[in-house]
Ligand binder design. Structure first.
Ligand SMILES: Nc1ncnc2c1ncn2[C@@H]1O[C@H](COP(=O)(O)OP(=O)(O)OP(=O)(O)O)[C@@H](O)[C@H]1O
Length: 317
């Protein structure tokens, strides 16, 4: 047992230049430790370097500099053990169309050298709800079924670390729920460390114990999800006025925007001011209110504040 599922130190990756593009620095000195047994989110804007990092961990892309240990095994010293400790569910639906789900899992288990007596082919197909398709040709499987098969394929060698690269991009709610049920079960019952990238920040906030945000090839922050969300003090008081009214004079630092349906959203920094102060100012302006509610900052606010996306205009609402 190891405390760290992943230990990355000074990781750099420069993609070689090609006829069409110059050399590209994709990872610029990443240090990151991912605790064993956690559900860890790797977030960042497009092109931040997440896939490069995952592909290096999975042994699919060669790093330029630095060290990567998976489950305590250094990639350069124990490449086989470090590779065997990790399973990756890729973003693209890469499957051989001529294999049945059963065949695909058997071949994959064979590649990993899992003895026949220890193979979990049917158990895995049942887990992902594909037992009744065990002998169907992969080309006849729907997109959702292929994705489920990719999850099963990533698990044939019972890896300690499971990486899910954008697992729910474009999938329906039913499949998404099934994926998360399975992932939580693997984490809770087998202690599998889960690393996940997602563009759905709500999903990351709900699923992940800890999060690292990557931008332009660097880890710009890493913290527990609760701490990250707490770091942004932004709160919004959403009020529905009783009738058409003028915006009252507001304390410094409070901004207002309109919401659909005539509601007004007053945003303020809760670290310096309470909701009462904002509400008093609104009332003092003579506004009658038929509804009042507060909204907390969420991971999206943190993400926008910290990454290069913050440089793009963001609506106040
Ligand atoms: N094979 C490659 N050759 C050259 N440049 C590459 C290659 N793969 C990725 N890059 C570049 O490296 C940078 C990081 O890309 P990467 O795919 O790792 O980012 P990402 O965070 O996974 O983005 P996305 O969320 O869009 O998948 C980008 O600028 C990308 O264009």
């Amino acid at each position: 047992m190891t405390d760290a599922a992943i230990e990355i130190t000074g990781l750099r990756k420069t993609y070689a230049p090609s006829a069409k593009s110059p050399a590209k620095l994709a990872l610029d000195g990443v240090d990151l430790t991912i605790p064993a047994g956690s559900i860890f989110g790797l977030l960042g804007p497009n092109g931040a370097g997440k896939s490069t990092m995952i592909n290096i961990m999975a042994g699919l892309v060669l790093k330029s500099e630095g060290s990567v240990k998976i489950w305590g095994f250094d990639q350069d010293v124990n490449p086989r053990q470090s590779r065997a400790a990790i399973g990756v569910m890729p973003q693209e639906l890469v499957l051989d169309p001529f294999f049945t789900p059963r065949g695909a899992l058997d071949v994959q288990a064979g590649l990993w050298g899992v003895p026949k007596s220890q193979r979990r082919t049917m158990e895995l197909l049942e887990m992902v709800g594909l037992a009744d398709k065990a002998d169907a040709y992969a080309r006849s499987l729907s997109g959702g079924m292929r994705r489920r098969l990719l999850l099963a394929k990533a698990l044939v060698h019972s890896p300690r670390v499971l990486v899910l690269d954008e697992p729910t991009a474009g999938v329906d709610i039913e499949l998404r729920n099934m994926l998360w049920r399975n992932v939580r079960k693997l984490n809770e019952q087998e202690g599998t460390t889960i690393i996940l990238t997602t563009h759905y920040l709500e999903e990351a906030q709900e699923m992940c114990d800890e999060i690292a945000i990557i931008d332009q090839g660097r880890v710009i922050t890493r913290d527990t999800t609760a701490n990250l969300v707490g770091r942004v003090g932004a709160k919004t008081l959403v009020v529905t006025p009783g009738g058409p009214t003028a915006i009252p004079p507001l304390p410094e630092g409070v901004s207002v925007s309109e919401r659909p349906g005539g509601a007004l959203a007053f945003s303020y920094d809760a670290r310096g001011m309470g909701a009462g102060t904002v509400l008093d100012a609104i009332r003092a302006g003579g506004m009658t209110l038929i509804d009042v509610k507060t909204e907390e900052a969420d991971l999206e606010d943190v993400f926008l504040q910290l990454t290069s996306k913050a440089k793009e205009p963001v609506s106040a609402a």
